[in-house]
Write a protein that binds this ligand. Sequence first.
Ligand code: GLA
Length: 666
Amino acid sequence: MPDDTRLRYGGDYNPEQWPPQVWREDVDLMRRARVTLVTVGVFAWSRLEPRPGRYTFDWLDEVLDLLHAADIRVALATPTAGPPPWFSLAHPDALPVTADGVRLHHGSRDTYCAAAPAYRRAARRITTALADRYAHHPALALWHVHNEYGTTCHCPHTEAAFRRWLADRHGDLDTLNDAWVTSFWSQHYTDWAQIGTPRATQYLHNPGHLLDFRRFWSDTLLTAYTEQRDLLRTANPDVPVTTNYVLGDWVPVDHGRWSREVDLVAVDHYPSAVDRDAETQAALAADTARGWSRHGTDGRTGDWLLMETAPNLIYTDGRMHTKEPGRMLRQSVAHVARGSRGALFFQWRAPRGGAERFHSALVGHAGADSRVYREAVRLGHVLDRLAEVRAPVAATVAVTADPASGWALRHPGMPSTRLDHHAEVAAAHGALWRAGITCDVVVAGDRLDGYRLLVVPALYLVDDRVSAWVRDHVHGGGYAVVTYLSGVADEHARVRLGGYPGALRDVLGIRVEEFHPLAVDERVPLTGGGTGTVWSETVHLTGATAVTAYTTGVLHGRPAVTRHRYGAGTAWYVSTRLDDDTYRRLLTEAARTAGVTPVCPGTPDGVEAVRRSGPDGSWLFLLNHTDRPQTVPAAGTDLLTGVTATGAVDLPAGGVAVLREPDTPQ
Ligand code: GLA
């Protein structure tokens, strides 16, 4: 029987790009690197079904058998992100149309409309064929549906589906007209047939229209996913099904909503920074994945899986940057620290051709005699030693993130073009990261039992339920830090009247009268030495007290950060984007008041500490992201070296330690 207690280690594997003798070498190299799971078949549709209804499974049979014989398990993908040329030629109506009305052509990947009946039929057919053949294959550990759902379309199929979705959501046109405030600019609809997708238009779109289209499209992609999932589940209910989420605020997918529909949350994460921000981005991705995993569940541990990341390269600023030796290992262990059941990469072997021929790989064009492969072997050995860590990640702070707020804040008619929900979430998360405090990124409205401090960054859209959720948390003795723009609009992006932030004025004990967005390089000084950027506003105290105030301009002497006792708890309001240090200090103070301390007090700056603990014991992950040796006050036995530390752990530059803490049984 395959050993499934191992962490998942491996990545996207594309045997269809290579002759069989390379498969044998691959499997041999995988064994040497202790690879435990590979994702097969993601873009293999044209090799699996070269003509409509004619399948060629022989090569895949052989590959799966080879992998199985080497005790390597398989995440078998449905190849529906890459329809073959014959499909596009036979079904031109299933090719996607851009917002400008341009019909795209075959020639890349993901060139289909997810609402087109022909595409969905073809996707179901290839999924059924794969399920019939492989649902009981002994190598199969996981179904990997599609790849990174995220494309959009404006074709007539989409338009028809959008109208049906709108009718379902709003019931009647009066309700829709009210929700979208169509009295503005003469947009009142009198027939469903008048409503199209938000295509290119003369000037600004209606914000409600845009927002509903994003929601509709997320639901449409979700249906495309669940359709496949159900076919796979029927074929063998014992094999878990997932799809890999692509992260980024441009993605038209509400992943939190999707997470109840997958058996395991799986994310792809590619940092867009070369400096230490890459590590904070990775931590944010991981904490978000964990939050999704826990979303709407009572018992889930928060386990998730890093399905793709680049082994040796970071892509940003128009070029590839080489990761320093050891960074791949450190980043992988950091993901495991935050709940990933392993570390998978894009990709196993770099292809000779194709659009992504220079993308990162564990076996690059240089072959196995290379630094990267040697580091891959070392990583395999390290991950092997971490398998005993099964306890959940310990977090008593929750940060909300909300894709719909992100979509709504991108509307060009906002008071500033610099409003970015994702950046606000990242700023709050980064401040906690620097403070050494672990948080879960949660979906607004999730259960808050066990969380002492709730951080609400730029949660622009707040419906009555979420408004009550924040209020009840604080009233019942919880703590909250809420930042600017939160609660300004309702779920349809209609502004709540009577002073901002309409949905949260009472719990915050403030009333905001006017916004004063800041210029790109403007920094406003605050009492206490901090500064604000991006945004400022006129805050009136209606029960709260000022923590800091603006010191210049029209806001001179007016509150910038406030604090309000509400019921048995306390809520802070932050009316500007605080500089990094001030933000860290504020969240440290709010956490301290809430009874939350850093994971490992005394940890030097640049060393990340994450604890996983539960009834089976406690493990402390220490990651030195600096280029100097560091000493951390901690105790336990390092799973990587077997060395026991009693009061201080020495980490080499860029090094990691995973301590089984005292009293944890072996
Ligand atoms: C994504 C995709 C992969 C590949 C990588 C390249 O994550 O899922 O197919 O394109 O990016 O970085």
